[in-house]
Write a protein that binds this ligand. Structure first.
Ligand SMILES: NC(=O)c1ccc[n+]([C@@H]2O[C@H](COP(=O)([O-])OP(=O)(O)OC[C@H]3O[C@@H](n4cnc5c(N)ncnc54)[C@H](OP(=O)(O)O)[C@@H]3O)[C@@H](O)[C@H]2O)c1
Length: 275
């Protein structure tokens, strides 16, 4: 198990040209083979990026999955730019803490949801509007947004369609996959497309009624984009928010804490942390 890691290159395969033993690197692992929860991992060169000097291993390990997901959703799918307005439900978690700052970096106005426990954090990250999801319905306050980036799924995802203007787009990473997820993200054929078409039928019908596009993104690894995120982090624009660092021996606890769904930023597991 384990989708992302930071470490030191131990050895390189014959065709590797961009990295050398001793170099500090980080990666979101290839989708066909995970295996980051380990002392040694084997990773394809194109998924790796060098860790900038100003970042620790713990900081670097917190970036790949959440950072790439946010970058790909906000820049490649929603095409945010200066003046865009985006709604990001679930701003205090692993993906959300990156998403708020990447959306601000792209020039967008950002509305998000957080409980009172997460409000100070999302405000500090730059959210322009914060709605307490425990006491208020966000769709009563927000409308006419260019896009929504859903991190929660289920009922929250359905309600996002009321926030976005006709012609806009809802991108989810927590809802149900749709046909493009099969062809564009997973490089699969007609059978999986058909299954995802069926799975997302109700959501796509709702999107159509509102004149909005629905997209479920399954993010992809990219060493090039990871290098971009590393540069932003080193410049202080995207310092990873780390909820806590646990020793490797407590990896089961880290997973249980994540599953509880209340992490503020990322939970990192370290081989060096004291047990
Ligand atoms: N498709 C992909 O490629 C992809 C990639 C990455 C992640 N994901 C998915 O994206 C989702 C988000 O991941 P994550 O790592 O950001 O999760 P996470 O870190 O576990 O999110 C936890 C945060 O969500 C907040 N939260 C919980 N329920 C909420 C609600 N109803 N409204 C608003 N905020 C709420 C919690 O705040 P409080 O404790 O204060 O309530 C907590 O701060 C997960 O479902 C994950 O599996 C998908």
């Amino acid at each position: 198990m384990g989708n992302e890691f930071a470490g030191i290159v131990e050895a390189c395969g014959a065709g590797v040209s961009r990295f050398a033993p001793g170099q500090r690197v980080f990666a979101r692992t290839g989708k066909e083979r995970m295996g980051a929860f380990a002392e040694y991992a084997c990773e394809a060169e194109q998924n790796l990026a060098a860790i900038p000097d100003g970042l620790s291993f713990e900081q670097a390990a917190a970036i790949p999955l959440a950072g790439l997901t946010a970058l790909q959703a906000l820049r490649d799918e929603l095409h945010l730019g200066p003046g865009s307005r985006v709604f990001i439900p679930g701003g205090a978690g692993g993906v959300g803490t990156f998403a708020i700052r990447i959306a601000k970096w792209l020039g967008a106005h950002v509305a998000t949801t957080a409980s009172p426990r997460g409000r100070a954090l999302v405000e500090q990250l730059g959210a322009d509007e914060v709605i307490d999801y425990e006491s208020e319905a966000f769709e009563d306050r927000l409308s006419g947004y260019d896009g929504a980036f859903d991190l929660i799924g289920s009922d929250t995802l359905s309600r996002c369609f009321d926030v976005v203007r006709p012609g806009g787009m809802v991108v989810s990473v927590a809802g149900l996959p749709e046909p493009q997820t099969a062809s564009k993200d997973l490089d699969r054929g007609a059978v999986l497309r058909a299954m995802f078409w069926l799975a997302s039928w109700r959501l796509r019908a709702q999107a159509r009624r509102n004149g909005v596009t629905y997209r479920f993104l399954f993010m992809h690894p990219s060493g090039t984009e990871l290098a971009e995120l590393g540069t932003l982090a080193e410049a202080g624009l995207l310092t990873p928010v780390i909820d806590r660092v646990l020793p490797f021996a407590q990896i089961d606890q880290a997973l249980a804490d994540l599953e509880a769904g209340h992490a503020k930023g990322k939970i990192v597991v370290s081989l060096q942390a004291a047990g």
